[in-house]
Write a protein that binds this ligand. Structure first.
Ligand code: 9G3
Length: 574
């Protein structure tokens, strides 16, 4: 490719709405352009990298027995009505009408669609298992699209669906995909961790998210600094540590003026916050409930909502607490009879705790659940696991990291086979529901994550396997014939050898070409200059560490082929 013709509109500055580095760099390197909020055009450089990521994905899906299909993006409302999801999703489901006014949606995912295809044409157990996947554009009308390709309204996803005879079959398919995902992200040069994930609203147990570690990540991961345990902060948890028994002291009511928070009360009473029990009122589908958690912990509303099984969950505002003149900050469980009380697992083990007195600006000291001072209707793991706690699996310690979710795998069990009656005829002649799994990879997100993890102040540093081009040749001027001819001949030789190389033949100063080369992030920069050429050499510079060396013109091709092979091998997996 000659730079004089390459469409890569690089920028010195970026629009203010680009907040994270990958978004800024993809705009500045002339890789993407915004067409509408959350809707992007992939320009040539981005599209080359996207296609390389897709090729890696295809190879690994096919290696596990995946069969590639391409389903429509436009989906008839009927299949979503049959699965019961048409009314579950709100504005995020991108609904459209056809010329006859019939309802469709632009597919955000394809469980319904793929289930119909299976239901229409697969009958016998002999045909199972089946692993079907596609790489296709998805639509989700996000309320707040941002961060470029990280959270867009139209995005490319690889989604694979597995169909098995039974749970044992699903476990096998799930493990095949788990392994395939480790291979895909390793080959893309990503630093990632598979983490146990909340299987969310789509039901079924068993889900892992593949997180690319990055400070710009929207997900919080907790992992152990010693063993390979890792989980999203939404589900991470551990058994309560054993508590030293104490003599239960007599309950006592004390004035605690202007102590609205746990910290205020702890300071006023010169007690650590872990001697206080926080009392929070929530409205669960309009029903008031009380949640108790140790004073130094945070309530995990994902776990709470899952326990309560409610659709809406929000902290009760003061207005709904006006019962009996109670004040926020002075609420407690003692003496409460009508409202259901849920407590985190740590609470019933505590001794001589402090709670709000439900009586003006006062607190109760030495409250003991084990003495019956207050009621708990249900105890569960309702808190966030905190950084620094002991690992749930070993003596190591919990660390916190941000992550970009680039892949997610789910065990669906028979969620869709039940709702959509997707059955097969078993060996014994009985109809059985097929057992499903679904497995997604965000292709654009993977590209963005690579850039988040691999850049410097000058621009992108591409891992070789997903670089848009592998090398750039820069003649330092366009006047000296020998210099220009050497650059041209080298370019022709490398193209003939199958090296993905750009010749920067623009009428620009060398400095501009060097800046663009660093911004775009070509892994290798080959500079053709008079001094080195006088010695029969060109200068080769590695983008990943700035190392420079002279290589004889005649040696460049083999030197480059070896370097490219070595860099790809660094990202390969056994
Ligand atoms: C919707 C809308 C948004 C959605 C969904 C449905 C997420 C939805 C979950 C999944 C599960 C897996 C196959 C590939 C991997 C992920 N957002 N999910 O079902 F209607 Cl608007 O998509 N699907």
């Amino acid at each position: 490719m000659k730079a004089s013709n390459m469409f890569a509109p690089t920028l010195r500055e970026v629009p203010a709405d680009a907040e994270i580095i990958s978004h800024k760099l993809m705009l500045r390197a002339g890789m993407i352009r915004k067409t509408a909020s959350g809707v992007y055009t992939y320009l040539p450089l981005a599209w080359r990298s996207i296609r390389k990521i897709e090729e890696i994905v295809r190879q690994e899906m096919d290696a596990k027995g995946g069969q590639e299909v391409l389903m429509p993006a436009v989906q008839p409302a009927e299949i979503w009505q049959e699965s019961g999801r048409w009314n579950v999703y709100g504005a995020e489901l991108w609904r459209v009408k056809d010329r006859n006014g019939r309802d469709f949606c632009l597919g955000p995912t394809h469980e319904e669609m793929i289930s119909m295809i299976f239901r229409n044409d697969v009958r016998s157990y002999k045909q199972l298992p089946q692993l079907w996947y596609q790489i296709q554009t998805k639509y989700r009308d996000e309320r707040r699209p941002r961060f470029g390709l990280m959270r867009s309204r139209e995005f490319i996803m690889k989604d694979l669906y597995s169909f098995d005879l039974d749970e044992a079959g699903l476990d096998k398919s799930y493990n095949l995909m788990y392994d395939a995902y480790n291979r895909v992200f390793t080959r893309c040069g990503l630093n990632f961790r598979p983490v146990e994930a909340d299987s969310g609203a789509i039901g079924g147990k068993g889900s892992h998210e593949f997180m690319a570690l990055a400070d710009a990540g929207e997900s919080a991961i907790l992992y152990c600094d010693t063993c390979d345990w890792a989980a999203t902060d939404e589900i991470a948890g551990r058994e309560p540590l054993p508590v030293e028994p104490e003599e239960m002291l007599p309950m006592e009511k004390v004035d605690t003026p202007s102590c609205g928070t746990v910290e205020d009360v702890a300071k006023f009473l010169s007690l650590p916050t872990n001697r206080i029990v926080k009392t929070m009122y929530y409205k669960a589908d309009e029903q008031l409930v009380i949640v108790l958690v140790r004073g130094d912990r945070r309530i995990n509303e994902i776990k709470l909502q899952s326990l309560l099984g409610c659709n809406e969950l929000e902290l009760a505002d003061n207005a709904s607490l006006s019962t009996g003149g109670q004040k926020v900050g002075y609420l407690g469980p003692v003496g409460v009879d009508k409202i259901k009380i849920y407590a985190d697992n740590e609470v019933p083990l505590m001794y001589n705790v402090v709670v709000g007195a439900n009586d003006g600006e006062r607190h109760l000291l030495n409250v003991n659940y084990q003495r019956g001072d207050f009621r708990i209707d249900q105890t569960a793991d309702l808190r966030y696991l905190e950084e620094g706690e002991q690992c749930p699996h070993c003596q190591g310690h919990v660390k916190l990291a941000r992550g970009i979710e680039v892949g997610q795998i789910f065990k669906l069990h028979t969620k869709y086979s039940d709702s959509l009656h997707v059955n097969y005829t078993a060996e014994d002649g009985h109809e059985r529901p097929v057992v499903m799994g679904c497995y997604g990879i965000g292709i654009g997100r993977t590209l963005a994550a690579v850039i988040e993890q691999s850049h410097d102040d000058d621009g992108i540093i591409w891992p070789m396997p997903v670089a848009p081009y592998q090398a750039v040749i820069i003649p330092v001027n366009d006047r000296e014939t020998e210099l220009v001819n050497t650059a041209e001949n080298l370019y022709t030789e490398l193209i003939a050898a199958g090296v993905e190389v750009v010749l920067d033949n623009r009428q620009e100063r060398a400095g501009v070409k060097f800046k663009d080369a660093d911004l775009i992030g070509y892994p290798v920069r080959i500079t053709v200059g008079a001094k080195a050429l006088a010695r029969g050499n060109v200068e080769v510079r590695l983008r990943q560490n700035g190392e420079m060396q002279e290589v004889a013109v005649a040696e460049v091709k083999s030197w480059l082929q070896d370097y490219i092979a070595a860099e790809i091998a660094k990202c390969s997996i056994n």
